[in-house]
Design a protein around this ligand. Structure first.
Ligand SMILES: Nc1ncnc2c1ncn2[C@@H]1O[C@H](COP(=O)(O)OP(=O)(O)OP(=O)(O)O)[C@@H](O)[C@H]1O
Ligand SMILES: [Mg+2]
Length: 359
């Protein structure tokens, strides 16, 4: 659901900006350190309630300012414009307002503004541990299964309680009551994730193939424990091992999206440019799958579009992004790097020392 207006105040080096946006392409152009990533980070915070760069709010709030504001207007599914906003203070308090109603939850921001972020540090989706790929799966499940957010939160809380209990339990019987509840949640979460991966996998593999035709790319879902054992039985079987470790070793908190290129782990095969293309393919596929499933269009945030890509690959990515008809924010140092994307609906913004001007 696209943003039509964006107001950012006291966010990193952006003192105050108020811009009318295109529902198609928005180009953010400026030299190093001008505030391009900061503007994308502000949009991300409006959709997620947190930054993708810093976990500490105090780093994001403009130096010497007590708070930050990000607000704007978005088009809902009936094409009505509604206000949306977040305010964060140095003391840690956060306020979220959607459609004029205050006291909203961060998860509601995410429901309203599904975002796909493509940025230079985003390779961790492919090269780091399963945490990032689990988050990738869960983004899709969150948007397609209403009960997921609550169930996953409960699972994490129960799992923590179980780990605390494990340390002092004299025998498995003491765990049984908790484990039954935990197992029910684990099986439910697994079945949602499995169904989601199975649904989006053909589109994701097709998109990867289109971006990297020279490779055979296969995705596979791992649920976090072996496929032939129920979670209930697994918890009982592993009780002694878990107890000696001090935590529950296997489970949905170990789930992963396994990606193989020519039957070899991606990071051993792909160059940096190819990794970037693959990350783009996965994010685009996920956004498009959601649009097909629910009619909800994602907003694509692409930081430092040109880095790692040659002109032919840039053009291919630009063509795919245009086909989506989604709202896209693209940052780049020069206009010439985004020339393939410019059309009559696009808007150009120039950034200098945290000041953003259209034109
Ligand atoms: N809390 C803050 N308050 C004020 N300024 C900040 C704060 N945090 C970061 N900055 C500054 O904001 C500026 C903008 O950084 P940003 O990462 O947005 O630049 P950029 O345009 O993306 O540059 P590049 O092309 O190098 O990626 C930097 O000069 C940075 O030092
Ligand atoms: Mg930057």
């Amino acid at each position: 659901m696209p943003l039509t207006r964006l107001v950012v105040q006291q966010f990193r080096n952006i003192k105050a900006c108020d811009i009318q946006l295109s529902t198609g392409f928005n180009f953010i152009i400026g030299p190093n350190g001008s505030g391009k990533t900061s503007l994308l980070e502000a949009i991300y915070m409006l959709g997620h309630g947190r930054s993708f760069k810093s976990s500490l709010t105090s780093r994001v709030i403009q130096n010497e300012c007590p708070e930050l504001f990000i607000h704007g207007r978005f088009l809902n599914s009936d094409q009505f414009e509604l206000p949306i906003g977040i305010n964060k203070q140095r003391n840690g308090s956060t306020e979220v307002k959607i459609g004029g109603q205050s006291g909203q939850k961060l998860a509601q921001l995410a429901q309203v503004l599904p975002l796909q972020l493509i940025h230079p540090e985003g390779f961790d989706l492919l090269t780091d541990g399963p945490k990032h790929r689990r988050a990738f799966i869960d983004w899709g499940v969150f948007h397609s299964e209403v009960g997921f957010y609550e169930a996953w939160g409960r699972f994490k809380r129960l799992n923590k309680q179980r780990n605390a209990l494990l340390k002092n339990a004299l025998g498995y019987r003491e765990m049984q009551y908790w484990d039954r509840q935990l197992a029910q949640l684990a099986e439910q979460i697994d079945s949602w994730r499995r169904a989601y991966v199975a649904q989006m996998q053909p589109l994701a593999e097709e998109m990867c193939q289109a971006f990297l035709p020279e490779f055979e790319i296969k995705l596979g879902y791992y649920r976090g424990w072996d496929k032939d054992t129920s979670y209930d039985a697994l918890l009982e079987k592993n009780f002694e091992r878990d107890q000696s470790l001090g935590y529950t070793f296997s489970g949905p908190n170990k789930a992963d999206l396994r990606i193989k290129v020519n039957n070899t782990p991606v990071e051993d095969v792909l160059s940096r440019g190819q990794l970037k293309l693959m990350m783009c393919a996965l994010r685009l596929a996920q956004g498009q799958h959601l649009a097909q499933l629910t009619g909800k269009q994602s907003i694509y945030l692409i930081d430092d579009f040109a880095s790692e890509l040659d002109s032919q690959r840039r053009k291919r990515l630009a063509d795919y992004l245009k086909q989506t008809k989604a709202q896209v924010f693209v940052s780049s140092i020069t206009e010439s790097q985004v020339v393939d994307m410019i059309d009559e609906n696009g808007k150009m913004f120039h950034v200098e020392h945290g000041t953003i001007e259209q034109g």
